[in-house]
Ligand binder design. Structure first.
Ligand SMILES: *[C@@H]1O[C@H](CO)[C@@H](O)[C@H](O)[C@H]1NC(C)=O
Ligand SMILES: *[C@@H]1O[C@H](CO)[C@@H](O)[C@H](O)[C@H]1NC(C)=O
Ligand SMILES: *[C@@H]1O[C@H](CO)[C@@H](O)[C@H](O)[C@H]1NC(C)=O
Length: 408
């Protein structure tokens, strides 16, 4: 009896030790976030174990765990029809709201889910639910793209998939079939999906035939640059769930097919040091001492190494490519972009990527809405249903959909 009691206390203590992480009290529902984070960390550790046993790639194992938590097959209700099909060979899930009697043509959003270019799916319940609510509340057609993921494909294949599917959708006869108004179509995505949406926006902006096809872009805590992992938000949120800095750097290396041995060097910005000559000009595009307001920069120092490791950008030149880091694109590209919404969260390494992009777009003359959430964390917009329901999840989703409703 006594010994089992001791064992129980030890187990509870161990579990508490695994789950507990110090979090700022300004976060939405911090205890729930600890549990969510512990679950995700546990899944990551199991995946690494599977990888080291030689059974499967850790990202495939992790995605298997994520998808088995809740994949939904296509379904229908009185309000929305959900269909799985393909657009020019790229899988998509289409959410169609029933047309209102007085409405001939509907609005539409092409949506790109997040997950570090390697995880999640348009078919998991989190994204299925977000797109359903969007379809219902906007009375719209939402096309959620099931692009291929790392490690099956790497940069720039993910971009090719979303460009191919979007171009197919934009054909007049396809829009006609879905009863979509060609003048009221937007592109959107969260996290790595926001990165791909921004890359698509810039690719379309450079093509006179596609330039005016999209009415707006809406980027939810997008990933926008791989050159500086010491922006104030990276420094402030180094260990913040569910996206600590080292995890983000690993997603980058996986996407660009780089060597994981570079993680520690990139965390100290050794890949964009002054002696890595190729990196100096692109790095200057994201000088955050000028792109961020003093309220953000005041307690932080830039990390710019004089001597680093020039081999990293020589081995992974994609790090300096504007298609992977849309934040460093030329002003001549940015000025052709449509009206833009950017959602940022205070407790997110990527906050400043979004704030800097808003600033660069504004300087290029683009109309930008920056929607900031003081108690938000990375990923919150999909966490709206019990048991992973967060108050900030619902508020970010409402605010995002409200902006779409007013601007699309
Ligand atoms: C869904 O599709 C079915 C069959 O095509 C149709 O009868 C129904 O009206 C559709 N519902 C909506 C909400 O569009
Ligand atoms: C960064 O580069 C410097 C100079 O080459 C080197 O001394 C240092 O160990 C590097 N840091 C990391 C974490 O790789
Ligand atoms: C989550 O959902 C449960 C059950 O619907 C509810 O009681 C709880 O207040 C919700 N929590 C948050 C943070 O929204």
């Amino acid at each position: 009896m006594k010994s089992s009691c001791v064992l129980l206390i030890a187990l509870v203590a161990l579990a508490a030790y695994y789950v507990y992480i110090p979090l700022p009290s300004s976060l939405s529902d911090p205890w729930k976030l600890m549990l969510l984070d512990a679950t995700f960390r546990g899944a990551q550790q199991v995946s690494h174990l599977i990888h080291s046993l030689g059974l499967s790639h850790h990202l495939i194992a992790l995605n298997f765990i994520i998808v088995s938590f809740g994949k939904k097959s296509a379904w229908s209700s009185a309000q929305v029809n959900v269909t799985d099909t393909d657009f020019d060979g790229v899988e998509v899930r289409v959410f169609e709201a029933s047309p209102k009697p007085q409405e001939l043509m509907r609005r539409s959003v092409v949506y790109i889910h997040g997950g570090g270019w390697a995880l999640a799916s348009a078919k998991i319940k989190y994204y299925d639910e977000l797109c359903t609510v969007m379809a219902e509340e906007l009375n719209a057609v939402i096309v959620s793209i099931e692009y291929r993921l790392v490690p099956n494909v790497y940069f720039p294949e993910q971009i090719h998939d979303i460009v191919r599917a979007t171009k197919y959708f934009l054909q007049p006869e396809v829009l006609q079939k879905y009863k979509v108004d060609p003048d009221r179509i937007g592109i959107s995505g969260d996290s790595a999906g926001g990165n791909l949406a921004a890359a698509l926006g810039q690719q379309f902006a450079q093509d006179a035939n596609l330039r005016n096809k999209l009415k707006l872009q809406a980027l939810i805590y997008p990933v926008l640059q791989a050159l500086d992992f010491n922006t104030p938000s990276y420094q402030q949120n180094v260990n913040m769930p569910i996206l600590p800095r080292y995890v983000m750097v690993k997603y980058w290396l996986d996407y660009l097919k780089g060597n994981h041995d570079f993680v520690q060097a990139m965390i100290v910005n050794n890949h964009t040091s002054l002696d890595a000559e190729e990196a100096v000009a692109p790095r200057a595009r994201l000088d955050w001492t000028s792109l961020l307001p003093a309220s953000i920069t005041k307690n932080y120092q830039p990390v710019m190494q004089t001597k680093g490791n020039a081999r990293i950008v020589q081995e992974i030149p994609q790090l300096l490519d504007a298609r992977s880091s849309p934040l460093i694109a030329d002003q001549e590209v940015l000025l052709h972009l449509p009206k833009t919404y950017i959602l940022t969260c205070e407790h997110d390494v990527l906050r400043d990527d979004g704030v800097m992009y808003a600033k660069r777009l504004e300087s290029a003359g683009v109309e930008v809405t920056l929607d900031h959430f003081e108690d938000g964390f990375h990923g919150c917009i999909i966490f709206t249903s019990w048991p992973t329901n967060f108050s900030v999840g619902i508020r970010t989703r409402d605010s995002y959909i409200k902006w779409l409703d007013q601007n699309l």
